[in-house]
Design a protein. Sequence first.
Length: 322
Amino acid sequence: MNTLERSLLFFYTETPLHAGAPGGTGAVDLPIQRERMTELPQVQASGIKGALREVFRSEEAKAKNLELSLFGHRPPDDSLQAAAATDAENHEDEHAGALAVTDARILLLPLRSARGGWVWATSPLVLQRLARDIGGDAKTLPWRNLRPDNDDQVLVGGHSDVTLGSGEQRSVVVEDSSYAAKSADASAFGALAELIAAGLPPGEVYASVRERVARQLVIVPDEEFFHWGRHGTEVVTRVRIDPDTGTVAQGALWTEEVLPSEALLWSVTMMSPCRRAKKEPVEAAKLHETFVNELRHRTRILLGGDRSIGRGVVALGFREAR
């Protein structure tokens, strides 16, 4: 395990994201993936790895070698040509990929607010999970223990754009709920805002987004965050039109849940040395460097479903982990 190279991979939703779960049992026909314990939105690792593999997939010899080293042997092809291949040809280069990823967890959930357009909400539990994945102690991660005093309070920065009132009467109105606003420790809150801003996609186009973080970030109690994680997503109604009648086709009306734009998730990537027996060994550090550099050139990937209607465009950010 000591040979693993770890980093954090951030996903910023530029368009709504539908990472679908099995058919819904409630009011939503097509819900999104959620953690079982907290019911917070997530994107399962298999979907992330498939989306990343799509980025690296190529028939060019050099690119194909990198794809196979990172992701392992390609899944069986159901084409007639593959069906006619011998077992030796199908299995001659089977191996596990060097890249492992975890499920992507929600870090910032955008919620409507009475001031400032929206808040980026997070919670103590989320921050503790992030601190665990980054690695470090209270000195290197001073924000890991930031916590509101009670369920009716949220923590904000000293120059917040989302508060109403002044002094001890300041409040933050999120959706239909009002919370008392308390200024968090300036040093710890500033360090958190800097870390999140550094995890956002690079480039000048995201400069204004990085500047917004400290002014729109709020830390809400865990129970409130779980509530908004369940009820703060978008549910859209979709239909299929019958081309002959120009009206909704019989039975072709359904509801679909999406994670809204401007949300931020993170996943941990872990790179081991290349396992391809027929190739020269490649150290984990070198393979990890190549992987990150290749993704930096792309900046955006498609994740989840509904791509043909513009969903699932996510921008990528990176941060080293210990």
